[in-house]
Ligand binder design. Structure first.
Ligand SMILES: [Zn+2]
Length: 372
């Protein structure tokens, strides 16, 4: 399967655009420079052909990650100087250790909850670079490795602080190797939502939190104290993560009634992802317990099942989750809870999961997986 790597920065361009227009140069300048760096990395990404790591014949992938953390020393050459490898003891730099632990926590959730060996399920080494550039207000997965900025300290803090940010970016790698969701419009918003869902699950698993105990925020702890807000996004209450004079207001909808039609942000991939994010939150809290178990399994089955179209709409994805729930758990509590969660965000699905919803006829090949 041809892979289309996504160049996703955790802070989307439309947010930095707004900061870059601020009259206070101390705020605008780092945002402007971050946008320039992101554009350069995005172009480089497009020109680089990613060749998927092929499993070595006969070799079982290891149950241990293979991590390397490098220090860019505030320059932009990647990967920089290696400062901590797999199994090495902690170093003096807390940023290095957080990146190391974050990659490990991501590997751990995918392995223990879903039996997945790293991003490609074949033991892909996990590499990260910290202290990228100066005052760099972002973090990204470039198709090959993670990159973290230190933030400017005015709007954003160190990007290794939120574990879900690390999990979000690495999950773009998982999606790249599996459903390969097209990064535009509804399929792009589903790609973003997958990263938020599993990013949050990685944090919940690491903290040992149930669905009711979790904060369901993406990027909590990342905003500097002067910013009025709690995170970049809220899966529980999309649109409420921040409302600030510099950052503006969180634009995410949580229901199809407020679906945002826009050409910005690849057709609103970081905006309308609020709708499937909230559906997942509703499902996980309705089922209770650990969200990575039943709710997470249903989402993971659809992501990796090989049946989802790369251009899937919300309705097609929703129907696939209904079918996956029935396939894995039968037509009981889980199946009914999936149907209810989607209906609460304005997306109708068909019980039983054998038909696609009338509102969005799916092409052949985008039919829900036949489980069982
Ligand atoms: Zn993303």
């Amino acid at each position: 399967m041809e892979q289309t790597p996504v160049f996703c920065t955790i802070v989307p361009p439309h947010v930095l655009d707004k900061v870059a227009r601020n009259e206070d140069r101390a705020l605008a300048e780092p945002a402007r420079r971050t946008l320039e760096r992101d554009a350069a990395e995005r172009t480089r990404r497009r020109l680089t052909t990613v060749i998927g790591a092929l499993p070595v014949t006969g070799a079982e992938p290891s149950d241990r990650p293979r991590r390397t953390i490098s220090d860019a020393a505030h320059r932009t050459d990647l990967p920089g100087r290696a400062v901590r490898g797999e199994g090495d003891t902690a170093v003096a730099d807390a940023t290095v250790n957080r990146a190391y632990d974050g990659l490990g926590a991501t590997f751990e959730l995918y392995l223990t909850a879903y039996g997945r060996h790293s991003i490609d399920d074949s033991g892909l080494p996990l590499d990260a670079t910290v202290h990228y550039d100066r005052d760099y207000n972002n973090a990204f997965w470039n198709g090959e490795q993670m990159v973290f900025g230190d933030g400017d300290g005015e709007i954003f803090l160190d990007f290794t602080l939120p574990l879900d940010v690390i999990g979000h970016e690495l999950t773009h790698g998982v999606t790249q190797y599996t459903a390969n969701l097209d990064y535009f419009g509804q399929s792009g918003a589903l790609n973003e939502s997958m990263s938020d869902v599993f990013g949050s699950l990685i944090k919940q698993y690491a903290l040992g939190q149930t669905a009711d105990e979790a904060d369901w925020l993406i990027g909590a702890g990342l905003l500097a104290p002067r910013v009025t807000g709690v995170a970049l996004r809220s899966m529980k209450a999309p649109g409420t993560a921040y409302d600030d004079d510099v950052l503006g207001k969180d634009p995410q909808p949580g229901h199809m009634d407020s679906y945002v039609r826009t050409s910005r942000d690849n057709g609103g991939v970081h905006i309308n992802s609020g709708i499937p994010n909230r559906a997942f939150h509703l499902l996980a809290t309705a089922l209770g317990g650990n969200a990575w178990e039943r709710a997470g399994l249903v989402w993971y089955d659809v992501l990796t099942g090989g049946e989802l179209s790369p251009r899937a709409t919300f309705a097609e994805f929703a129907q696939a989750t209904v079918a996956a729930a029935a396939g894995r758990f039968g037509e009981g509590e889980e199946h009914a809870a999936v149907v209810k969660a989607w209906s609460e965000v304005g997306i109708a699905t068909v019980l039983g999961g054998t038909d696609v919803p009338r509102q969005s006829p799916a092409p052949e090949g985008a039919r829900p997986p036949a489980h069982g």
